[in-house]
Design a binder for this molecule. Structure first.
Ligand SMILES: C[S@@+](CC[C@H](N)C(=O)[O-])C[C@H]1O[C@@H](n2cnc3c(N)ncnc32)[C@H](O)[C@@H]1O
Ligand code: SF4
Length: 409
């Protein structure tokens, strides 16, 4: 209980005595504000980009592909800034920190310390890595620091394809798989393992081999992604319709393999089968609540509402994370996302139409409700819950509702 709790209680009692109806309204307005208006709660999940440096040159990478004229220059976020950020987020109730972004997180000199800090602050942590730095020593350190989820990008089913995609030695694929296996067999605390493949013309026929090896190495989640737009000529890399038909067949086989191993398959940015309802863009009919539950902090300290948005809503150079999260720019972003269906527009410079949170990973609950106050119907309406599947559990990612007087019985 905070220091001014008695004062709040007194205010409530006075208001109840003067006008119970007004108190009702204030309480309802507060409940709404808590979820949708003035978020004292921070994002549930925070993506931090610790570094833009990378030791691979994946051909489809937007930042380090050898086809880029100007690859993203290597920069790292100082540990002190990351520490302030995590403490700030933890104080606002953030429960998950995800290290990823435009570089290779395991190249950050303090990556183990960052994980340990997140753990000490009571937050779950996840790292997305190409695994190139996943030596046995690093694997042990990450486990000991309390890492909860390790997501390894293995964009090939065979060593020679791995070399063509990652521009790293072919033998590294086996090394990465061995490191995963070592982690999965480790006694004591260890992260859950995830393996991902981004499909391109180079690797799309190797989905089953990718899955078999990743499952054997202990992965319990397989993520199959379609390649997103790249800032260079990548026409030869994108899949054709016939390739997608084969991918869909292999996906069915992959799901069987995963199920037999007690694992699951998530898909991201895979075009739906032609003629199926799954092809509809979900945000055409419901708002997006990413601004309430998620935030991205890039290596320069820019805070963005979603990975798909280019513009920063504020900067840690000028303000704390909490100040940016509660800023007017963030408020406007939240509203713009929630209003996509009625506005017919997506927020400026956001790639919402390419959003990967479709099909397998999101769902909607639409349900009538009766709001009871002191056991009596106060108002009625409809609740809409956006659900996101995270680590196998369905979580509420956003709530919208309307309200009206309850119909007389
Ligand atoms: C940019 S990387 C950064 C983290 C780390 N370096 C890695 O590769 O895991 C994050 C993820 O994006 C994926 N990726 C790279 N290029 C992509 C593209 N054009 N479309 C979709 N995903 C891509 C990578 O395979 C990886 O899983
Ligand atoms: S390892 Fe990750 S950041 Fe590095 S080139 Fe590949 S996709 Fe890009």
């Amino acid at each position: 209980m905070t220091g001014n709790a008695p004062l709040k209680r007194l205010g409530r009692d006075v208001l109840r005595a003067v006008s119970p109806r007004l108190l009702d309204r204030v309480q309802v307005a507060r409940a709404r504000r808590r979820y949708l208006g003035d978020p004292r709660q921070g994002p549930r999940r925070l993506l931090v980009e610790p570094t833009t440096a990378c030791n691979h040159r994946c051909v489809m990478c937007m930042d380090h592909s050898p086809r880029l004229e100007r690859p993203t220059p290597p920069r790292s976020m100082p540990f002190e800034r990351i520490e302030r950020l995590l403490r700030d987020a933890a104080a606002m109730g953030t429960t998950e920190v995800w290290l990823a972004g435009r570089g290779e997180p395991l190249l950050h000199p303090d990556v183990v310390q960052i994980i340990a800090l997140a753990h000490a602050l009571g937050m779950r942590s996840q790292v997305t890595t190409n695994g190139g730095r996943l030596t046995p020593e690093m694997a042990d350190l990450l486990c000991e620091a309390g890492l909860d989820m390790l997501s390894v990008s293995i964009n090939a089913g065979r060593p020679e394809t791995y070399a063509r995609v990652h521009r790293a030695p072919a033998g590294d694929r086996a090394r990465v798989l061995e490191a995963m296996e070592r982690i999965s067999r480790r006694p004591g605390p260890r992260p859950d393992l995830m393996a991902s493949i981004v499909l391109s013309a180079l690797n799309h026929a190797e989905l089953l081999e990718f899955g078999r090896d990743a499952l054997a190495a202990g992965a319990r989640t397989l993520v199959v992604g379609g390649m997103r737009g790249v800032p260079f000529d990548g026409r030869d890399l994108f899949l054709k319709d016939a390739d997608w038909a084969r991918v869909r067949e292999d996906l069915a086989g992959l799901r069987d393999l995963a199920a037999a191993a007690g694992a699951r398959v998530l898909v991201d940015n895979i075009p739906p089968e032609p003629g199926t309802a799954a092809g509809q863009w979900p945000y055409a009919s419901m708002g997006c609540f990413v601004g309430h539950m998620f935030a991205v902090v890039d290596v320069e300290g820019g805070v963005r509402g979603c990975c798909s948005c280019v513009d920063a809503l504020g900067s840690l150079e000028e303000a704390s994370f909490a100040q940016v999260w509660r800023s007017e720019a963030y408020r406007r972003f939240r509203i713009a996302c929630r209003e996509i269906p009625s506005a017919g527009l997506t927020p400026a410079h956001c790639g919402c139409r390419e959003c990967g949170n479709i099909d397998d990973n999101i769902a909607v609950v639409w349900a009538p409700y009766v709001f009871l106050l002191d056991g009596k119907p106060h108002h009625c309406g409809t609740d809409v819950f956006n659900l996101a599947r995270v680590d196998g559990r369905w979580l509420i990612s956003g709530i919208a509702d309307n309200s009206r007087a309850c119909p007389a019985k």
